[in-house]
Design a protein around this ligand. Sequence first.
Ligand SMILES: Nc1ncnc2c1ncn2[C@@H]1O[C@H](COP(=O)(O)OP(=O)(O)O)[C@@H](O)[C@H]1O
Ligand SMILES: Cc1ncc(COP(=O)(O)O)c(C=O)c1O
Length: 265
Amino acid sequence: MNFAYTIAGSEAAGVAGLQVDLKTFHELGVYGLGTLTCIVTMHPDDDWSHSFTPIAPGLISDQFDAATAAFDLDTVKIGMLGTVPTIETVAEKLRSRPWKNIVVDPVLICKGQEPGQAFDTDAALRREVLSQATVTTPNHFEALTLSGMESFTTVDDLIEAGQRIAEHGPKAVVVKGGIDFPGDDAVDVLWDGHEATVYRAPKVGDHRVNGAGCTLAAAITAELAKGTDLKEAVQIAKDVVTAGIEHRISGHAPFDTVWQGAYQH
Ligand SMILES: Nc1ncnc2c1ncn2[C@@H]1O[C@H](COP(=O)(O)OP(=O)(O)O)[C@@H](O)[C@H]1O
Ligand SMILES: Cc1ncc(COP(=O)(O)O)c(C=O)c1O
């Protein structure tokens, strides 16, 4: 059995975070387990505003110790951490044992939040966690923030962002152009430290889909856990997320979400 482990937040409607990671792991045939870092809930009576509650650092440590004692884990995905104490706790736990793959989704803000709310955690995330990543998967906004670039208009810009972000320590960077990148395709670029690989799929619709970033990073994690090489893992993840967005689910909340079950093996 291959194991994929996620350290991430819970999102109350199941459209992002740990729930999405576990659904994606399961679809790709790996045993998934997770450690909760925070709970994000929404308030339907207040225009679906968000609230964020961190889990106490000691409880994060205890979950980590249980998960890593129960199974031989070598592949982990890091999702939303959200506070400096959480970042420091997770970073120390990561350093306490060897890993083959550390996939970091550098969640700086969640969709619907104002940029700025999570900026206080930015420096700690770079210093403590991003530096340990074997792969990181910034979205358009996160890639601009982490690379210090002003805009992305060409594929070469995405490659340059990947190269700049790799200077912070990650061995490989998947820069997601996403919906804000010009053109008809959703373009992502993998910079693996040596060369760039470009992944494209036609854009479906013209607005954001919740859980897309989590699904992509979780699918990369699941494939790496199985021993798939990185370039192929990113291609499979791109296929999973594209199928999931094509079969997106609408409910009563003002956002659509990815259907992880849409991918045909
Ligand atoms: N409307 C869309 N149609 C097709 N692919 C998309 C669309 N929006 C995002 N993607 C793809 O989904 C993945 C997640 O991207 P994105 O939504 O930008 O991440 P995040 O959820 O972290 O903001 C990427 O592979 C991106 O190219
Ligand atoms: C707990 C949690 N993790 C991660 C994310 C990022 O989700 P996405 O995959 O939509 O970028 C969110 C966004 O709402 C979240 O609430």
